[in-house]
Design a protein around this ligand. Sequence first.
Ligand SMILES: Nc1ncnc2c1ncn2[C@@H]1O[C@H](COP(=O)(O)OP(=O)(O)OP(=O)(O)O)[C@@H](O)[C@H]1O
Ligand SMILES: [Mn+2]
Length: 270
Amino acid sequence: MAGLDDVFGDFYTSVDAVFLFSPSGSFYERFADVDDLDVIVVGTENTVNGETFVELPLAFDDVKERIRFGIEGALEQNVIEDGDELVCTTSVFSDGTDTISRVRADAETHTGIYDLFVKSRAEPEVIKAVLELAIELGKKGQKGKPVGALFVVGDAGKVMNKSRPLSYNPFEKSHVHVGDPIVNVMLKEFSRLDGAFVISDAGKIVSAYRYLEPSAEGVDIPKGLGARHMAGGAITRDTNAITIVLSESDGLVRAFKAGELILEVDPEAY
Ligand SMILES: Nc1ncnc2c1ncn2[C@@H]1O[C@H](COP(=O)(O)OP(=O)(O)OP(=O)(O)O)[C@@H](O)[C@H]1O
Ligand SMILES: [Mn+2]
């Protein structure tokens, strides 16, 4: 008689590494005695003190994005190699581990999701703070109404050269940074108005109300989206900035880098 081990057995054969996404302590300990296996902990925090750890900038509701981030981060940190066979354990339906995926670390399917945070001009913490702000703005809207916003992060000098003011810049002489609670309130207030926010590598708010005039053409953006996303995509091809764009029309937050759409997040999931 065959048991489930016989049916699922090949799921686990020739595995080079396991990725444990936000494991509980007891789940992590189960792997201590497994031979010839690299154990990689992935999460927003290394709560189990895993020896090899890849930090997520946010929990990623989309499991595919969560796993891609872990793999691209592990490849970057040289803890796995291109072609390695991986088993990933994560949670989809509950807080505990309830889902197992087998994935091949294939450098060719590189989405850039790890690079977006870790290898951009702007500091990872700044990108994370802006992404969180856009998600919060998307969730709450402006006085209950959906609101759109465009944040250009990093390479601010060049971005300023490729844009023009639509109105008086309220950040002209200020030295405020993203992540300051007061700034988040200000940014949310100003996001009702037209144009883009320009933020420096270190998170200083350089300007609001910028009309972007990138020269790049033919950036692929999802159907149904317009000028905000086109400009938001194109400016990242013209400069070393990344952009985080909240859509007023479909409510999603998207990130662009080097002219490519790298990430799509539904604020409602956070
Ligand atoms: N080149 C640009 N630079 C900065 N802001 C822009 C630019 N083009 C458009 N916007 C801003 O985007 C707003 C929405 O424009 P549009 O509807 O064409 O964009 P969209 O991509 O469809 O975004 P949404 O999904 O939020 O509607 C405009 O009112 C304007 O504030
Ligand atoms: Mn629109």
